[in-house]
Write a protein that binds this ligand. Structure first.
Ligand SMILES: [Cu+2]
Length: 258
């Protein structure tokens, strides 16, 4: 009897914590945030209702059959097993099909023309952000020229004129309401570029250049965190993303010109 009450109590407290909204997402600051949140809440509500009913039923069975005499052993039921396996499969496949639309759009479709082009490089344990500078062209890079101590962590080739005005900084700024095209790289191990308010989380994988785009809709400072355990210093691998007005963004870029 105590076990049944405990199961019910834990279930109700857990549900109440979710419903209270205390640990909800922070506000969304990108154009796709509402779609991601909508998909998340559909999943949460469906799973929440099923979880609640299943736990309540579990408590009821514990209470109802607490005397050994009432319960009897059964060999299982193939029809029921088939039913809940199929129901679960249909539910999860449907949720995936619904969710992949926004996921794929941000990764497989390019950003709108005129998007701000930014390269993101993850390495143990910092982020380096590269802008193409006034010429709009990224300079050539060469892994053999990479040197943190010489101030060239990305290995930009000094012989290439396209690279001379490239801006490489440890923090990121983007103009509000303009599409941004990111290209993610990793120098050593897998990292993950994560900004909560933008609803963006994407792995940066060594040897790959992974595109991703978004449009920031709210001016402010947001934390960039590494969301992939990448070594002993993983906890301090963070940066800052500033969403600025177009004017402030241009000023920010100019101040950092080499
Ligand atoms: Cu990392």
């Amino acid at each position: 009897m105590i076990l049944a009450l405990l199961i019910w109590a834990i279930t109700i407290i857990t549900m109440a914590l979710f419903v209270s909204g205390k640990w909800d997402f922070p506000f969304g600051a990108s154009s796709h945030a509402a779609t991601v949140d909508h998909q998340y809440y559909i999943t949460l509500v469906i799973c929440g209702v099923i979880f609640f009913l299943a736990q309540m039923a579990l408590g009821w069975v514990v209470l109802r059959y607490r005397d050994r005499g009432k319960a009897h052993y059964s060999h299982g039921n193939n029809k029921l097993e088939l039913l809940w396996t199929l129901a679960t499969a249909v539910l999860f496949i449907a949720l995936n099909v619904m969710g992949q639309r926004v996921w794929a759009d941000l990764r497989f479709q390019g950003a709108a023309p005129g998007a701000v082009q930014i390269e993101v490089y993850g390495q143990q344990f910092v982020w380096n952000i590269r802008y193409a500078g006034p010429d709009g062209k990224f300079g050539r890079t060469d892994a053999r020229l990479m040197s943190d101590s010489a101030g060239n962590p990305l290995g930009i080739d000094p012989a290439d004129p396209d690279g001379r005005d490239d801006v490489v900084v440890p923090t990121m700024a983007v103009p509000v309401n303009r599409p941004v095209q990111l290209l993610l790289h990793a120098k050593d191990v897998t990292h993950s570029f994560f900004v909560r308010e933008l609803r963006i989380k994407q792995d940066a994988v060594p040897g790959m250049a992974i595109p991703m785009h978004f449009t920031p809709t709210r001016i402010g400072n947001y934390e960039v965190a590494c969301a992939e355990l990448c070594g002993l210093g993983h906890y301090k691998m963070r940066s800052l993303l500033a969403v600025l007005s177009e004017e402030d963004y241009q000023k920010w870029l100019q101040e950092r010109a080499p």
